[in-house]
Design a protein around this ligand. Structure first.
Ligand code: FES
Ligand SMILES: [Fe+2]
Length: 400
């Protein structure tokens, strides 16, 4: 894609430590630019292995115009392919999840085995089946979580694995299930959604339910109280052989941080939402295991459930967000948990964030908008999102 001078100038003129220039949110070329520079080139969290328990189970994920099918193959491993038939390009799997023994194209019934190999092409006499398999998508699994990358040469996954795997493994996400999925549309550029998702500056005014259990550790107030609470969490975790610490990687951030005193879960009273715990978490007082991937996701796992958040641009100034609530696979609704209580805090938080982000968008499109300065205390993670995004854009433009 030839990048317009306007877009190049917008990046060149950006001021560090300030939010982005208006054009990077609203220029008509930005959607395609962001898809190519960001979403086609970087690792994306695709789901949980536990969502695909049996060979032939699949889920699909739309990355811009490109649908990807993620499946469990005949050998029991996770594979991923572009969901586009090698005959005339029809989409093969049309549901967001399902099960098939073979991937059969609904148009002329070419069929592919679970390793993506073309198995049968009716009325095609001399077809080279090896040359017409489904195009593979890079896939990695770690501690029960699936990641995909559409690029031929993805960013190095190994350092991310080395940091997250030992911290996440004890939370046993391989024995989890998705208790609820919510999808909603935000009328705003995806970068506003993610900038908002990377800070808690807005939490005090914006998230009364979340703040009944969440304690903002995204800033750096350096107070003695904060240090003492982190130390107490560390010693509780050590006793359970849960790894603590935080990592700021090139395209990921990972950490474990405490909830408010006395809280063990993201609920309005701080008590568990689910009687069946998720993983090896002792009495549950182990804070939050958190990780975020640039460009578009974050995940929180507490002692009894997990919440995964992911945002994709789906149109100009339109972002579609998916939230997943994860519980132990044997947790039974109505017995081990009440659905309303499980969903309460993050549903309220997501709805509040949607309103904040859409309102940010409404003000930002004004002729009066000028990028303002970020807080060095409470918006550091948002600044790192911007730095990562602009570096990804520069790398894409430099590659031609
Ligand atoms: S497009 Fe798939 S079989 Fe023809
Ligand atoms: Fe928020």
């Amino acid at each position: 894609m030839a990048v317009s001078k306007t877009i190049r100038d917008l990046f060149a003129d950006r001021r560090r430590g300030y939010c982005l220039p208006q054009g990077l949110y609203v220029d008509p070329g930005m959607l395609e630019f962001d898809m190519r520079a960001v979403f086609h080139r970087h690792w994306l969290q695709a789901g949980l292995e536990a969502e695909l328990p049996k060979p032939g189970d699949y889920l699909t994920l739309s990355v811009g115009e490109s649908s990807v099918v993620v499946l469990r193959n005949a050998q029991g491993a996770i594979g991923a392919f572009f969901n586009t038939c090698r005959h005339r390009g029809a989409q093969i799997c049309r549901e967001t999840r399902g099960h098939m023994r073979r991937l059969v194209c609904p148009y002329h019934q070419w069929s592919y085995d679970l390793s993506g190999r073309l198995a049968h092409a009716p009325f095609m006499h001399e077809i080279d089946t090896d040359a017409h398999g489904l195009l593979p998508v890079r896939v990695e699994t770690m501690a029960g979580v699936i990641f995909i990358c559409l690029a031929h040469s993805p960013p190095d996954f190994a350092p991310f694995r080395a940091s997250l795997e030992p911290m996440l493994e004890p939370h046993d996400l391989r024995n989890a299930r998705v208790a609820h999925t919510a999808t909603w549309v935000e009328r705003a550029d995806w970068k506003l959604t993610m900038q908002n998702a990377r800070e808690c500056y807005h939490c005090r005014a914006g998230h009364p339910q979340l703040l009944l259990s969440y304690s903002d550790f995204t800033g750096s107030d350096g107070s003695a109280d904060r240090q003492a609470r982190l130390a107490a969490l560390e010693s509780r975790c050590q006793a359970l052989r849960l790894k603590t610490g935080s990592v700021i990687g090139p395209w990921y951030e990972i950490g474990r941080f405490p909830l408010l005193e006395g809280a063990v879960s993201y609920t309005t009273d701080g008590k568990p939402a689910v009687a069946r715990q998720l993983g090896r978490v002792g009495d549950g007082d182990v804070g939050v295991m958190w990780w975020g991937l640039q460009p578009n996701s974050f995940s929180h796992v507490v002692s009894d459930y997990g919440f995964f958040f992911q945002a994709f641009p789906t149109g100009p100034q339109e972002t579609t967000v998916t939230g997943k609530w994860i519980v132990h696979k044997d947790a039974v609704e109505g017995v081990d948990y009440d659905r309303t209580r499980l969903l309460e805090v993050w549903t309220a938080t997501n709805e509040q964030d949607r309103a904040l982000v859409e309102n940010n968008h409404r003000g930002m499109v004004s002729i009066a908008y000028q990028p303002g300065p970020y807080s060095q205390i409470t918006e550091q993670m948002t600044m790192r999102f911007d730095e990562w995004y602009c570096a990804a854009a520069e790398a894409y433009m430099a590659a031609g």
